[in-house]
Design a protein around this ligand. Structure first.
Ligand code: ADP
Length: 447
């Protein structure tokens, strides 16, 4: 506040000084009082002129934006200038901080996994992030301030905005025609709306798959259950001969076995989905795996086919033995089950140039038409449903094989020609294949 006193002192001293000089000059003419008053007035007028000049400098500084430092002036005007400057700088700093916060906020919204759009009270686009623009097929710059319903014309969306029914999200087709979007609108502020979009294509697909899966499992279990229930009723109500009773019991056992296989395969799939990938350093001899597969295949074929096996020499694989056994057994048992009597099933080990290993199962069965090949590994997908069920198939075998292959970093390859046969190949990456270390004699360096 020191400047106030200086200013008062300055004004007083000018008035007094002027009065004093006026008094001295007026005394010579005999107008001492008038001279003093005129002197004081001139002092005050001089102060006013100075104020006008200084005030003009401050105004000029303000009118050009006050970007530079305030004009260097002493006293009241200097203080006024520096106070205005301080207030302006503080406002600028605040505005800058707010701008930064807003930029950060917008960057965060930009990173949102959802599309975000702000609409004003007349449903014009005020702002949207890149994802919302992509979801709704808009151009962020060009479509700004456009009415959203002029650009997004999906009837469900337009109806929701018109009816202001914002409680439930609406699902609309992706404008690019690939999939489904969920759109939620929430009112805020004075008539403004926040619009959130989410791509739910994958979720919907997964939901549909889950629904199909449950329906398929229920259907697969219901059929043998109905048969068993029918037989139980027959056994309870009808007096059967010993031969008939045995036949019915055998059929019941067959259906029970079918349910057991189905539940077994379902559990295998669940285990495959829920457990970590098999270790890449746990080695097992392919010959051991091969022996188990061979035993199983010979039992299943019961001499009806020509079976040939070649498991290579001393090969070792890295992975989960139970999973690999289940995969190869599935392929070989399919070959045996689908190949008519007298046909051939050949299982062979091979290695690619890059070191990847292949277990191929080739049969001379009916073959599979090309249009079925991409879907064969889907759960419960069957080309020939009745043959599959008659031979104890669950429709899950190839789904299990594909899973096992993927978990080991490999893949399942299928080639088939109708009328000639099929070839299913389980490919394992080089890191999971170990060749025997050749002995010195075998390498020809010994005697
Ligand atoms: P399933 O238990 O029915 O055999 P899979 O998943 O093992 O189920 O096989 C799916 C379908 O692929 C089978 O239903 C069958 O139609 C077809 N398939 C699989 N392997 C062969 C094969 N070696 N020859 C002909 N068709 C096959």
């Amino acid at each position: 506040m020191a400047w106030i006193w200086w200013r008062v002192l300055f004004a007083l001293s000018l008035a007094l000084g002027g009065g004093f000089i006026g008094h001295a000059l007026g005394a010579a003419q005999g107008y001492t009082v008038r001279g003093a008053l005129a002197g004081a007035l001139i002092g005050v007028v001089l102060l006013l002129i100075r104020d006008v000049l200084m005030g003009r400098r401050v105004l000029r500084w303000l009118s050009v934006g006050a970007h530079e430092a305030s004009p260097a002036m002493a006293g009241f005007w200097g203080e006024l200038g520096s106070r205005i400057e301080r207030a302006l700088r503080s406002r600028e700093r605040q505005a800058e901080a707010e701008r930064e916060r807003l930029a950060q906020f917008l960057t965060a919204i930009e990173a949102s996994p959802n599309g975000v759009m702000l609409l004003d009270a007349s449903e014009q686009i005020e702002w949207c992030n890149q994802l919302a623009a992509e979801h709704l097929g808009l151009d962020r710059q060009r479509d700004l301030r456009q009415r959203v319903t002029n650009l997004v014309r999906a009837p469900a969306f337009v109806a929701m905005l018109q009816a202001r029914a914002f409680e439930q999200p609406v699902q609309i087709p992706h404008p690019a025609g690939r999939g489904l979007l969920s759109v939620i609108v929430r009112p805020y502020g004075e008539g403004q709306r926040l619009l959130l979009t989410q791509d739910i294509t994958e979720r919907e697909r997964a939901d549909a798959m889950r629904r199909d899966f449950v329906a398929n499992v229920s259907h697969e279990i219901r059929t043998p259950l109905t048969v068993v229930a029918g037989f139980v009723e027959t056994l309870t109500n009808l007096p059967l001969s010993e031969v008939e009773r045995k036949r019915v019991l055998a059929l019941m056992a067959q259906q029970a076995h079918r349910m057991q296989s189905l539940v077994g395969d379902l559990l295998t799939l669940a285990r495959l989905e829920g457990s970590p990938r098999p270790a890449a350093d746990s080695w097992l001899p392919l010959a051991r795996l091969g022996a188990a597969v061979e035993l199983d295949a010979r039992g299943l074929s019961a001499g009806r086919h020509r079976l040939a096996f070649d498991w290579g020499q001393g090969i070792e694989l890295a992975g989960n033995e139970a999973e690999l056994l289940s995969a190869v057994t599935n392929l070989v048992s399919n070959a045996v089950r689908y190949t008519p009597d007298g046909g051939t099933v050949e299982v062979s080990w091979g290695q690619r140039h890059d070191g990847a290993g292949e277990i191929s199962v080739r049969d001379t069965g009916p073959g599979i038409a090309a249009e079925h090949l991409p879907r064969l590994t889907e759960r419960f997908y069957r080309v020939d449903g009745s043959r599959s069920r008659d031979t104890g198939g669950t429709g899950l075998g190839l789904a299990i094989v594909k899973h096992v292959a993927q978990r080991h970093g490999g893949e399942l390859l299928i080639e088939s020609t109708v009328g000639e046969g099929s070839r299913f190949t389980l490919m394992l990456p080089p890191a999971r294949v170990r060749l025997p270390v050749l002995s010195a004699a075998a390498q020809g360096t010994g005697w």
